[in-house]
Design a protein around this ligand. Structure first.
Ligand code: FAD
Length: 532
């Protein structure tokens, strides 16, 4: 399928059309976008509205692992692991330019560690069966040090190597949006859903506002799905009579912090996995786009900020644990960027009668009495399976007619072509088969950012133009946080590039970039640099 430039004016004109959509989706994270693609691939007419940018919520803040979930195996939830392993294979096949296999090493410091973790991970292999990405291996101490050159050597008795996957979450989100768009879905960022159209107690559509122009829209839809992540309760709240009490919240957010440090802290291509930290959690150090991601935490949170701040103890915990396993100990001064994501932990409400169904997996789908469908929880890896579950529920509730599933199992996303390892600095390889188109744009060899370690160009003028022409980026943050991942990798460098990127936005979108937008981005970059 061809890559086409996307004109926002034309998209908004489609939003103004007097028509009824089969499916209207609220939220452009992994869940909503995966659903949009599945539904349009089945021939439904699909509208998706995202109030900020695609993946601005949790979906740009994952640990970037495409995984079966080793911990569910330990809990005996074999069905869930099998499903995630199947989805791992599917994702790696459909988006090889942004999702690849990756080797993880668990270092062992007690004699029991290697057989204990090795046996569990062999089981993981067995469960994967033909979908295994490579055999689990027991390692000597020497081999463990070869694969993890900076692992703490003192007391090391060996290790276990196993395979999972990693990905670029925000770029995958944009690819889902574009692929759905190419197939006929109307997918818009920076348009917020502000209310629901209700008739006779049933949801018949939604109200929305364009975040750029302030224009209001009313849209009719046979089925409305609330895929607003940790924000699903605010959309559920739109689905009640003025005099009714607010519904009991179904999400209890919990935040996870990631710190990014230089590659020198974990050189090589293998990730480090600590299955049990001092307080019983899991910690990863993962090579990603030329840097090392350290994380994560799991801290209950009572507010729903778009940019949650890390807590002092969370930063201490990650640095402290990383320091226990790495010979080159990271400190606060080494952190290039800190970002925080909110997990939507689901508490199914008990007032939905028989229509409530907590699925026997991580995510929950609820069909409310009004017909509003709400989905939340789950993980990035299983977004496609979640989409199938949601459509099954919509069809079972009579909101959509029956159409067979399985259509996205083999549905390559735009540009799908194998590329260089995701552990290396960003570059043209992330564009897969669209790299030729990228190189044809002005400024293909004008590098705005060159990776210091590899000396390779990581962000070109052409990539910024590509983001604005083809990837629906609308401003500084969209370009520097989610089309390029520079804000997540090196926030100080991202702040420095705001000026040249602003000039390209003015050239491509023919609009001035205001002082307020520049100041907002500078403040955001500062947040990603500020440790409590
Ligand atoms: C710290 C952390 C690490 C993780 N690591 C992994 C991992 O390594 N691998 C993995 O598979 N999973 C991982 N996950 C889980 C995964 O990231 C999430 O399951 C997934 O991103 C959730 O996507 P979502 O679309 O449901 O939510 P979101 O991405 O939050 O999307 C919801 C969207 O709805 C929008 N929205 C809200 N209100 C409105 C409105 N009124 N109108 C329009 N739009 C609206 C928001 O702006 C937002 O973009 C991790 C999660 C966390 C928190």
């Amino acid at each position: 399928m061809d890559s086409t430039t996307i004109d926002r004016g034309q998209l908004l004109a489609r939003l103004r059309e007097a028509r009824e959509w089969d499916l209207a989706i609220v939220g452009g994270g992994a869940t909503g976008l995966g659903l949009a693609l599945d539904a349009v691939a089945r021939g439904f007419s699909v509208l998706l509205l995202e109030s900020e940018d695609f993946a601005k919520g949790t979906s740009s803040r994952a640990t970037k692992l495409v995984h079966g979930g080793v911990r569910y195996m330990a809990q005996g939830n074999i069905g869930l692991v099998r499903e995630a392993l199947h989805e791992r294979t599917t994702l790696l096949a459909n988006a090889p330019h942004v999702a690849q296999r990756m080797a993880f090493v668990v270092p062992g410091y007690r004699l029991i560690d290697v057989p204990f973790y090795g046996t569990g991970l062999k089981m993981y292999d067995v469960l994967a069966g033909r979908q295994s990405l490579g055999p689990t291996e027991w390692l000597s101490a020497g081999r463990t040090r070869e694969l993890l050159p900076t692992v703490r050597g003192q007391g090391l008795v060996g290790g276990v190597k196993y395979w999972d996957g990693q990905f670029d979450d925000a770029r995958l989100a944009v690819l889902l949006a574009r692929t759905a768009q190419q197939r006929g879905a109307l997918v818009l960022n920076h348009v917020a859903v502000t209310g629901l159209l209700r008739e006779g107690g049933k949801v018949r559509g939604l109200q929305a506002r364009d975040g750029e122009s302030g224009e209001d829209f009313e849209v009719r839809a046979r089925c409305v799905v609330n895929a607003a992540g940790v924000w699903v309760d605010s959309v559920r709240d739109m689905d009640r009579d003025a005099d009714a009490a607010p519904a009991k919240p179904m999400v209890a957010p919990s935040q996870g912090v990631h710190l990014v440090v230089d590659r020198a802290f974990l050189p090589g291509t293998h990730a480090l996995m600590v299955p049990k930290t001092a307080d019983g959690r899991v910690l990863f150090a993962v090579p990603w786009l030329g840097k090392t991601i350290l994380g994560t935490t799991d801290t209950p949170r009572h507010d729903l900020a778009l940019e949650p701040a890390p807590f002092h103890e969370e930063v201490d915990f990650i640095l402290g644990e990383a320091g226990r396993y790495l010979s080159k100990v990271p400190t606060r001064a080494d952190v290039r960027s800190v970002w925080v994501g909110l997990r939507p932990l689901v508490k199914p409400p008990d007032d939905e009668g028989d229509n409530t169904k907590a699925l026997s997996r991580e995510h929950t789908v609820i069909v409310g009495r009004s017909g509003l469908v709400t989905v939340t929880g789950g993980k990035w890896t299983t977004y496609r399976a979640m989409a199938e579950d949601v459509l099954d529920r919509c069809m079972a509730a009579g909101l959509l007619e029956r159409r067979a599933g399985g259509v996205t199992v083999r549905l390559p996303l735009l540009g799908a072509a194998p590329g260089r390892s995701l552990s290396e600095a960003p570059g043209e390889h992330l564009y897969g088969s669209e790299a030729a188109l990228l190189r044809s744009l002005p400024g293909a060899s004008n590098w705005l950012w060159t990776d210091a370690e590899s000396g390779r160009g990581a962000l070109s003028e052409a990539m910024v133009r590509f983001a604005l022409r083809y990837e629906m980026a609308r401003g500084l943050e969209d370009v520097l946080a989610r089309r390029s991942r520079l804000l997540f990798l090196d926030a100080a460098r991202a702040a420095e590039l705001a000026e040249p990127v602003a000039a390209l936005i003015e050239d491509e979108l023919k609009r001035p970039v205001s002082a307020a937008e520049r100041d907002d981005f500078a403040a955001l970059a500062q947040r990603y640099l500020t440790l409590p």
